[in-house]
Design a protein around this ligand. Structure first.
Ligand SMILES: Cc1cc2nc3c(=O)[nH]c(=O)nc-3n(C[C@H](O)[C@H](O)[C@H](O)COP(=O)(O)OP(=O)(O)OC[C@H]3O[C@@H](n4cnc5c(N)ncnc54)[C@H](O)[C@@H]3O)c2cc1C
Length: 474
């Protein structure tokens, strides 16, 4: 009996890479599902390299077999950038086994880490040395450094430390053709020409695979004061933010806006969560002041709140008296996301406008949604200090959720455009926002973006349907 050789792509991958690197079959199902479970797909295999050399081997194998590669970190991305959409031709490249912290240079305030390191694991290791990587977000127990850099993540601390790209000193990237671009530097200043590493930060896996990064660290805040404040309006929240920015000597590390509905939503997800203020004010703010060394953070918070009450900007407020109380206040912010998910499919947005335009923008956008979809509920909240608002829309349960979501998205995009804002303040483009992103590009922008992509990846092997359509080639 003669055996017909197995010429399938999977066999080709196994032949080139060995069984340890190639996972297939039912085990890959979780890798093919996005965070919310809205998108369930499939792929030929999941490749799980453990070293930079193995990433090179994976990319070369995929190239020879004419397969596309979807780089994947912790799969917490919210724009469908890390999950496949063409099962017959795509492989997932998971960085989860590249999870070593290569070096912490405490004296130089830097660390070199592999891209599969989970953000929380890094923070735990750094805390042992009194250090901190200034990125904090709800997904930090699952997201990975490679994913954080590839999405240029924002999060709670942007108003003090900037987006992720501001905290990256160096990078190691495997290019689509397998070459290693070694830009690992521990230099806090390096102005030698174009800063090539910035190309890969925010590229969402379209230009290569980030395998390691040198991160800029700060001293871990030794004192944090957390307050939940009741206010009269979103305008009042922006005014309070401006006051805090001037009065708190750059020690404000988070300033989150919450609507009164946040308490109900959080309680729907966590019924026992204590809510220390009555939910009858029109607006709430959750803020942190933090610092290390000789500063008196508690005293600063007390003086700031006195000022806020004296000027009538704050109606009511509580300051956490323990770490547990602080944690519980922040759980309101985190729990409201789960609460929205429990109410079913809804529109999640990540919008930004110039800070001073934010109240007018939210008022106009919510009014437009209510006029078109009277039964829908708007939930506007988020990192408003950065001009960033998650203006989510929960559809009327009696109607077609999909149609309402599509209509709400169109309405919001139009209002964002009128305010010269962004459809993606921090989550990126992925596949989810590609159409709107492309529609907003000028011809010159489009030509440059496509040209950079074609220079690095002429075959469009990397994450082909992410950010730009594959057909968009010069
Ligand atoms: C509860 C929750 C809260 C969140 N809060 C915030 C927030 O406050 N701010 C914010 O900005 N985001 C937030 N996010 C979104 C998400 O956590 C971030 O985008 C995060 O940075 C993604 O990291 P990840 O490892 O999960 O990446 P993944 O989801 O796995 O991948 C994201 C993108 O990066 C690419 N990629 C991943 N690793 C690599 C690599 N090594 N090389 C090249 N490309 C790679 C993927 O192809 C994909 O396009 C939140 C998500 C959740 C679920």
């Amino acid at each position: 009996m003669t055996h017909t050789p197995d010429t399938s792509p999977l066999a080709g991958l196994r032949a080139r890479l060995g069984d340890d690197l190639v996972m297939s079959g039912p085990d890959i199902a979780p890798y093919c599902t996005d965070w919310h479970g809205d998108e369930v797909s499939d792929a030929i295999a999941v490749l799980r390299p453990q070293s930079t050399a193995e990433v090179t081997a994976c990319l070369r194998a995929a190239r020879e077999l004419r397969l596309s590669v979807i780089p994947q970190g912790g799969r917490t991305g919210l724009v469908l950038g890390a999950v496949p959409d063409a099962p017959a031709t795509q492989v997932i490249l998971s960085l989860e086994r590249m999870n070593r912290i290569r070096r912490i240079d405490a004296a130089g305030f830097s660390a070199e880490v592999e891209s599969g390191v989970v953000l929380q694991a890094l923070q735990d290791r750094l805390a042992e040395q009194g250090l901190f990587f200034p990125l904090a977000l709800g997904a930090q127990g699952s997201c990975q450094i490679g994913g954080n850099l590839s999405t240029n993540a924002g999060g709670l601390n942007v108003l003090r430390y900037g987006m992720t790209r501001a905290s990256v000193l160096g990078l190691e990237v495997v290019l689509p053709d397998g070459r290693v671009l070694d830009l690992r530097r521990h230099l806090h200043k390096d102005n030698r020409g174009l800063d090539l590493k910035q190309l890969f930060i925010g590229a969402e896996g379209t230009l290569g695979v980030i395998t390691a990064a040198v991160l800029k660290l700060t001293p871990q805040p030794e004192q944090t004061a957390t307050a939940l404040l009741a206010l009269d309006s979103l305008d009042g929240a922006i005014a309070l933010y401006q006051l805090a920015r001037r009065q708190c000597c750059d020690l404000m590390s988070a300033f989150e806006f919450l609507p009164p509905l946040a308490f109900d939503l959080a309680r729907e997800a966590m019924p026992d969560l204590p809510v220390p203020l009555s939910p009858d004010a029109p607006a709430y703010v959750l803020m942190d002041l933090s610092g290390s060394g000789l500063v008196d953070i508690e005293g600063l918070m007390t003086r700031f709140l006195e000022l806020g009450f004296e000027t009538g900007m704050i109606r009511d407020g509580v300051v956490a008296q323990s770490q547990t109380q602080a944690r519980n206040l922040w759980l309101i912010r985190e729990g409201m996301n789960d609460g929205q998910a429990r109410r079913g499919r809804h529109l999640r947005t990540d919008l930004s406008v110039p800070l001073s335009a934010l109240p007018a923008f939210v008022a106009e956008a919510e009014a437009a949604i209510h006029a078109a979809l009277p039964g829908a509920v708007c939930v506007s909240y988020g990192h408003v200090g950065d001009g960033n608002v998650h203006l989510n829309v929960l559809p009327d349960p009696g109607g077609d959720a999909g149609a309402q979501i599509a209509q709400a998205k169109e309405i919001l995009n139009a209002v964002v455009a009128r305010h010269d804002g962004s459809i993606s303040a921090e989550h990126g483009i992925g596949r989810l926002k590609r159409a709107e992103f492309e529609a907003g590009l000028s011809d010159t922008q489009r030509a440059l973006l496509a040209g950079i992509r074609d220079l690095l990846d002429p075959g469009r092997m990397m994450n082909p349907n992410c950010q730009l359509a594959t057909t968009d080639r010069p």
